[in-house]
Design a protein around this ligand. Structure first.
Ligand code: IMP
Length: 440
């Protein structure tokens, strides 16, 4: 075990420039860990995705679900940045800011900024997302219907509209007119109603007037922060296996939730990054379609779903559940360069008589120790498990690694060993202080 459990970690150890990524299929409990790390960083930055994310943070008895705004907003004195790699639904962002303000959270241009080069999720993107899913039938991806895929597609096709355009109404009207003509034709081809120009334009310009104080050159803002040696935390959304390149394509999201995405989505170069923290759940979940080798669709999966409250915070869908997949997290460690692992929701497993960790996949006679790049092989693979005894006692109140039941420690050490990354944080409940910082 030497070297697998890191030396005693305090929050200070995470500072400098840190990227936090999801090591599975999203929903790893990143919001929970970001909230802890944000306490000591000055800047918290989203770099990809959009309002498909749903980062949940519990503070006392209050629960906050953040879709676009970085979770750092729940701490005072932070600067939250929505980077250029994010696709922003301006109307949703206005709604999120207003909702936070209603709940007494200050959101001003002093503590929040959004990149002027971030592309917008337009109303037609959301409708098309839904229509395309319906048309795909059995082959649907199970998207969140937040318009993410169509918005990134327009960005890459160079037909997107960026937030800066909202600040120049005349330019915006012209671009929208062109884009709406084309997209309305597509909507009609699906048998859907076209969008009215004036009402659509006015709704977006209204959002633009609201967002004007927040819209800025985020690349310069972040480089100033780097020059001033500020601590920066990059907040990944979704997870590695949902990455457009490294995930289970086409059952993925349309951005790069991996650590490389943080550089492209913010303008901070790779040689400025100090560490990468991977977040994994103590078991595995997935929402939406696509292969999931350790999935349990029977009683065990239902039990995990119930105890872990595994329902999507953006769509309310039940998450598919199964055993911890070390093949997936090994792959994530490799792709992201994960230095430390944060393991969340250990307490959900408190009642299990025994636990399994998937350490390889078998497809016919072939044994895979890494995620096969061939989707058809991945669909057919059978997990190879190692079994661990359960601990059958509550871990919720525990705050020190050495106070965990022996079997829980063995299980965590196995996760660390099979993934190849030291553990730094374990969460045993939803609240801020339900946390164990790992000692060797
Ligand atoms: P999209 O990002 O809405 O296009 O959805 C593509 C896939 O990513 C679907 O399987 C979604 O369920 C999944 N997905 C998107 N965002 C999240 C998230 O925040 N957590 C978990 N899964 C997500």
């Amino acid at each position: 075990m030497a070297g697998m459990i890191s030396a005693f970690l305090r929050l200070d150890d995470f500072m400098a420039i840190t990227i936090l990524v999801g090591g599975q299929w999203g929903d790893e409990g990143k919001g929970r860990i970001i909230d802890l790390l944000a306490e000591r960083s000055k800047y918290v930055v989203r770099y990809q995705g959009g309002s498909n994310a749903g980062h949940e943070v519990h503070i006392g008895s209050d629960v906050y679900v953040l879709h676009l705004i970085p979770s750092g907003i729940l701490h005072s004195g932070k600067v939250c940045v929505i980077g250029n790699g994010v696709v922003v639904d301006p109307v949703a962002l206005v709604g999120e800011i207003s909702e936070l303000r209603k709940r007494g959270i200050s959101v001003t241009s002093d503590n929040m900024a959004v990149s002027d080069t971030a592309h917008m999720v337009m109303p037609y993107h959301k409708i098309l997302d839904e229509l395309r899913e319906i048309r795909k039938g059995k082959l649907k991806i199970g998207t969140t219907k937040r318009g993410i895929g169509p918005a990134y597609a327009d960005k890459v096709s160079r037909t997107g509209i960026r937030l800066q355009e909202l600040l120049r109404p005349a330019v915006f009207r012209e671009k929208l007119r062109m884009r709406l003509a084309e997209n309305n034709a597509v909507l009609r081809s699906y048998g859907a109603k076209p969008l009215p120009f004036e009402a659509t334009c006015e709704e977006l310009l209204r959002a633009g007037r609201f967002l004007k104080p927040f819209i800025c050159d985020s690349v310069m803002l972040l480089h100033q922060a780097v020059a001033q040696k500020r601590d920066i935390l990059f907040e990944g959304a979704q997870g590695t296996l949902l990455d457009i390149d490294y995930g289970t394509y086409p059952y993925v999201t349309s951005s790069h939730p991996t650590s490389g995405g943080a550089c492209v989505g913010s303008g901070i170069p790779p040689n400025r990054i100090d560490r990468v923290v991977g977040v994994v759940k103590a078991y595995t979940t997935r929402v939406g379609e696509g292969p999931f080798p350790t999935e349990h669709d029977g009683a065990l999966g239902e039990k995990m779903q119930r105890i872990g409250d595994e329902f999507g915070r953006t769509t309310g869908r039940g998450r598919r559940c199964g055993w911890f997949d070390a093949v997936v997290t090994r792959f994530s460690r490799m792709i992201n360069g994960i230095d430390e692992l944060a393991v969340t929701k250990l307490d959900v497993l408190d009642d299990m008589p025994e636990l399994k960790i998937c350490v390889g996949y078998r497809v016919g006679p072939k044994l895979y120790e890494s995620v096969p790049s061939d989707l058809e092989a991945l669909k057919r693979c059978r997990p190879v498990y190692q079994t661990y005894p359960g601990w059958r006692t509550s871990t919720k109140h525990i705050r020190k690694f050495e106070d965990l039941p022996k079997n829980a420690r063995l299980y965590l050490e196995a996760i660390s060993r099979h993934t190849g990354a030291p553990l730094s944080i374990i969460s045993v409940g939803p609240r801020r202080d339900d946390t164990i910082y790992v000692k060797s």
